[in-house]
Design a protein around this ligand. Sequence first.
Ligand SMILES: *Cc1c(COP(=O)(O)O)cnc(C)c1O
Length: 391
Amino acid sequence: MIPSVLPTYNRAPLEFVKGEGSWLFEADGRRFLDLGSGIAVNALGHAHPKLVEVLTHQAQNLWHVSNLYKIPQQENLADLLVEHTFADTVFFTNSGTEACELAVKMARKYFFEKDQPERVEIITFDGSFHGRSSAGIAAVGTEKMVKGFGPLLPGFVHLTFGDMDGLTNAISDKTAAVLIEPVQGEGGIRPVPDAELKALRQICDDAGILLILDEVQCGVGRTGKLFAHEWAGITPDIMMVAKGIGGGFPLGAVLATEEAASGMTAGTHGSTYGGNPLGCAVGCAVVEEVMTPGFLEDVNRRAGLLRQKLEGLIAAHPDVFEELRGSGLMLGLKCKALNMDVVQAGYDNAVITVPAADNVIRLLPPLTLSEEDIGEAITRLDKAATAIEQG
Ligand SMILES: *Cc1c(COP(=O)(O)O)cnc(C)c1O
């Protein structure tokens, strides 16, 4: 008999009932170190006092009004994002997938309004992930994502990750945009090198097409900058954000330059929930916290410490781990053992990691992970690796 919850997930038999900082409490009383943050969502950890206060205060006043009216919390968050990024304007969604939908629509509408309606194609790369909607799965195009769900949304061109020559050849008078994650998350923490991002920006400029960055997973302080592309010193035309920005409240956003957004006039897009007062009040608190002077410096300092200790862990368990990837607190351990076995051994030792493609386990801890927590992380991962070695 089908379960009451549609069985699209293979769930671990873990039931968390409370969270505090980097820790999760299982119903049976066990305390787990959370190096997954609900897949890079709980950027400030669990039950962060400031977020609890802001959410409670907003909940006592006003949850929802719809976008038919002015929403000051939404304006505040948009102002904050505009102040701290390349963007001139922001649309709020409830998820990364919805951000993908708008990014695709915005790019196509831009060229439609520029009298180039044939420019509809969006170039993407293998190993990427852009969500589970019809546009999101068509953007990725792998059999795993799309099989059985056709007909697919047309207009996506798929290239090999890192194939810059292929990119130049693939751009035609039908191309609207390139869509890429600066650091692939689901794909196994595969960063696009800074030089390649710079080249990508140049190629898009030369071809007169838009650059869409998907920072749903790597954004909001995850790599040690507010947004990952800042490391490369470039800016996109359109950017998708979600996950960390709500700190656990479902919230996403599309950020854009005035030029790229110029086709999106009143009535061209909408969302019932997107940008509601509750979500945006929390989102403001998250972004304010991440932009507090010293916060990101401290993330980078602790990330450096974690990385150094993880290198030691790899050296101590060469049959379990192969290499460390990523930046800031968006880290991947490429495994020699089966990554799912390592994740399971982590569960057995009360530490949570997240599997990814390419036989990688992801470490996406709260950005607030303390030095003490880092020590615990290494101790527990070391026990997990030892358990695997002992078979
Ligand atoms: C998670 C993710 C998405 C989809 O976000 P949802 O909130 O699950 O819809 C899109 N792009 C990237 C890079 C992601 O990691």
